[in-house]
Design a protein around this ligand. Structure first.
Ligand code: NAP
Ligand code: ZN
Ligand code: ZN
Length: 347
């Protein structure tokens, strides 16, 4: 086995702390990755606080992993020692179901093998994530990080980047389309940058009054501060597509009225509590309410290459492992600018 050091949650209430564990020895198709950086996703916080159901402690969170290949199994062809690589939200899937066969592993019919707080392909070993110094992953679930992307800034693309890229592509964001992004956090700010690069007209819907200048610097054309309910009437029937990245329980019905007739509101945010809606604003303008989760390996690679080509990177604050608990508090206050990334070489 390979010794690993990490930062783990031991219960829903206690702060995260150091944890030693082991990774499997590489099998024929495995890649051993020295993790250099790992982003902090709000999903890490929901998970370790058992907001989505009881977590399997200890949990080493982290699914925005960027690192360098340390070693490869004897049959690995896709990656070589020294390559810059990434790992996102899953480390395997069934590979046989209709969705896996269509390169849509994120929708694997038996459920993908999540990078942490889940079970490996062997059906018994708990998966542990990227707040650690090393990980072992099957080559087919490892992404290539283009040379143009610095590793620290590449890390958040593995979840925040793909989670916005996928719905923006599926619902065809581009020239002539008006897109709104709800919430300017880790996911939201990637949505702004990617939608802008795709040629769409981009609006940020934010409950924070101090993020306007940042939104414009990221490429947003418009910024709407949502604290005043009047804005929902002023901007009614405006957007082709709205993507909700908000991590908290909000009144969704307010937002449907902002869609044009036939427009779609896609939810990617996953708050602890259910979101309630009244169907009136949906039915009156034949609007759609949809969801989307991360993206496939193929699409994640496409997104990484797109970001490299268009010079798109997240705005990050690089922190040491000792600062993780403080960073969580700032994320919860919507005070992240705009993704914390842990320097895992300091673990
Ligand atoms: P984040 O960085 O904390 O951003 C969330 C943003 O939501 C905040 O910055 C804030 O933006 C807004 N917000 C927070 N509380 C609010 C409130 N009470 N009222 C209104 N707006 C509020 O989180 P993240 O990492 O981007 O993740 C966002 C959500 O997506 C989480 O629930 C996460 O679990 C989920 N997620 C889903 C997927 C998927 O595949 N579907 C993937 C990753 C994450 P403003 O300050 O601009 O209002
Ligand atoms: Zn995530
Ligand atoms: Zn499958």
């Amino acid at each position: 086995m390979i010794p690993a050091k990490g930062i783990a949650a031991f219960s829903a209430k206690a702060p995260l702390g150091p944890y030693s564990f082991e990774r499997r020895n590489p099998k024929e198709h495995d890649v051993v990755i020295d993790i250099r950086y790992c982003g902090i996703c709000h999903s890490d916080i929901h998970t370790v606080r058992s907001e989505w159901g009881d977590a399997n402690y200890p949990v080493v969170p982290g699914h925005e992993i960027a690192g360098v290949v340390r070693a490869i199994g004897s049959k690995v062809t896709k990656h070589k020692v020294g390559d810059h690589v990434g790992v996102g939200c899953f480390v395997d899937s069934c590979r046989h179901c209709a969705n896996c066969q269509q390169n849509l592993e994120q929708y694997c019919l038996t459920g993908f093998n999540g990078t942490y707080n889940n079970i490996e392909k062997d059906g018994v070993t708990p998966t542990q994530g990227g707040y650690s110094d090393v990980i072992v992953v099957d080559e087919n679930y490892v992404l290539k990080i283009p040379d143009a992307l610095p590793l620290d800034k590449a890390a958040p693309l593995l979840c925040a980047g793909i989670t916005l890229y996928s719905p923006l592509m599926y619902w065809k964001a581009g020239p002539g389309k008006k897109i709104a992004i709800m919430g300017l956090g880790g996911l939201g700010h990637m949505g702004v940058k990617i939608a802008r690069a795709l040629g769409a007209e981009v609006t940020v819907l934010s409950h924070s009054d101090k993020k306007q200048q940042d939104a414009f610097k990221m490429g947003a054309h418009h910024f709407i501060h949502t604290h005043d309910k009047k804005v929902f009437l002023q901007h009614a029937n405006t957007f082709d597509l709205i993507i909700n990245t908000i991590s908290a329980d909000i009144n969704m019905s307010d937002y449907f009225g902002l869609l044009k007739m036939g427009g779609t509101l896609v939810v990617v945010g996953l708050p602890e509590k259910p979101l309630s809606i009244h169907p009136f604003p949906l039915v009156l303008m034949r609007r759609s309410y949809a969801g989307s989760v991360i993206g496939s390996i193929k699409e994640t690679q496409e997104m990484l290459d797109f970001c490299a080509k268009h010079n798109i990177t997240p705005d990050i604050e690089l922190i040491s492992p000792a600062q993780v608990n403080d960073a969580y508090e700032r994320v919860l206050k919507s005070d992240v600018r705009y993704r914390f990334v842990i320097d895992t070489t300091k673990i």
